[in-house]
Ligand binder design. Structure first.
Ligand SMILES: C[S@@+](CC[C@H](N)C(=O)[O-])C[C@H]1O[C@@H](n2cnc3c(N)ncnc32)[C@H](O)[C@@H]1O
Length: 287
């Protein structure tokens, strides 16, 4: 049978998503936009536009993946972060809006015009590329342990046309290029894995589709934060800053790790839900 449905009729599919997604209508709009290769304004402008059978089938295939819980970003292969449109894949984390707080704080720091900045665990490149897009004189180095993530970040770097970012594979600091001053940074930023291995949330929602390499960090979720915070002083210039994202219940533990590592001016910022999310500290100039 030759089937025709309008934009409005297809958006009503969102009712089926209500119980599993807080953004049911938005999810449905994004899947329809992807099917038709249009933006959301177009959908609102042409609510009576009729889709043909092949388009409806394509949309329904995408929609059934979302009904099974797959994140929209993985279905359409893209996610907005800061002002950037990033390619995403199942090799790393989908960039989260909470992480934009870390970008905002980093941009507010008193850094030199041509600051050297290191992003540890870059994933899609989200943090490094957002900073590079706002500060074209900053020199960004971004690393990830997963080669697939390094390749993805490089694709995003090229798509965003940002020449002030270099991306490498490295297990935290182990393969960070350069030596001496060339391996020292005015600012180190990181959103490392920080979820406890037995956290029940790992079997719920979008995170089921993301790799454990991007999420899980030992029994208490602090294994990677301990490495990043403990080793950063060796890679920071005098008065350099370290800025990390962490779980909302990890603020006290993270501030204590900063203190033990010798940082001063330690402060934690809350995200837009009022939850402790980003901690920073300054590494003091040695006497
Ligand atoms: C929580 S994700 C953050 C991704 C990205 N920075 C963001 O904010 O969207 C953590 C990232 O750290 C990477 N990672 C995990 N262990 C690592 C290690 N030992 N060395 C470097 N990167 C690591 C993962 O592959 C993943 O891409």
């Amino acid at each position: 049978m030759y089937l025709i449905k309008s934009v409005t009729e297809l958006l009503q599919y969102s009712d089926q998503l209500q119980s599993m997604s807080d953004t049911a209508l938005l999810d449905t709009e994004l899947l329809l936009c992807f099917t038709l290769d249009v933006d959301r304004t177009w959908l609102k402008t042409w609510p009576d536009h009729q889709l043909e059978t092949a388009q409806i089938k394509q949309f329904e295939t995408l929609f059934s993946r979302r009904l099974k819980g797959e994140p929209v970003a993985f279905i359409i292969g893209r996610q907005g972060f800061w002002t950037l449109d990033l390619k995403v894949s199942a090799d790393t984390l989908i960039p989260r809006p909470e992480t934009e707080l870390l970008v905002e704080i980093a941009l507010g720091l008193d850094a030199p015009k041509a600051a050297r900045v290191l992003d540890l665990g870059t994933g899609t490149g989200a943090i490094a590329l957002a900073l590079a897009s706002e500060r074209i004189d900053w020199q960004l180095t971004a690393v990830d342990s997963q080669m697939a993530a390094v390749n993805l970040a490089e694709i995003n770097r090229q798509h965003c046309q940002l020449d002030n970012v270099s991306i490498y594979q490295s297990d935290w600091f182990s393969q960070v290029p350069g030596s001496g001053a060339a391996a020292q940074y005015h600012l180190i930023v990181s959103n490392p894995p920080y979820i406890e291995i037995n956290d029940p949330h790992l079997s719920e929602g979008d995170v089921r589709f993301e790799p454990t390499t991007a999420l899980v960090s030992g029994q208490d979720g602090l294994d990677d934060l301990k490495i990043v915070i403990g080793q950063s002083p060796m890679y920071l210039r005098p008065n350099g800053h370290l800025l990390v994202e962490h779980g909302y219940q990890q603020g006290t533990a993270v501030r204590s790790l900063f203190t033990t590592a010798g940082f001063t001016a330690i402060a934690t910022h809350a995200d837009y839900n009022g939850l402790e999310r980003v901690t920073l500290g300054r590494f003091p100039e040695t006497a």
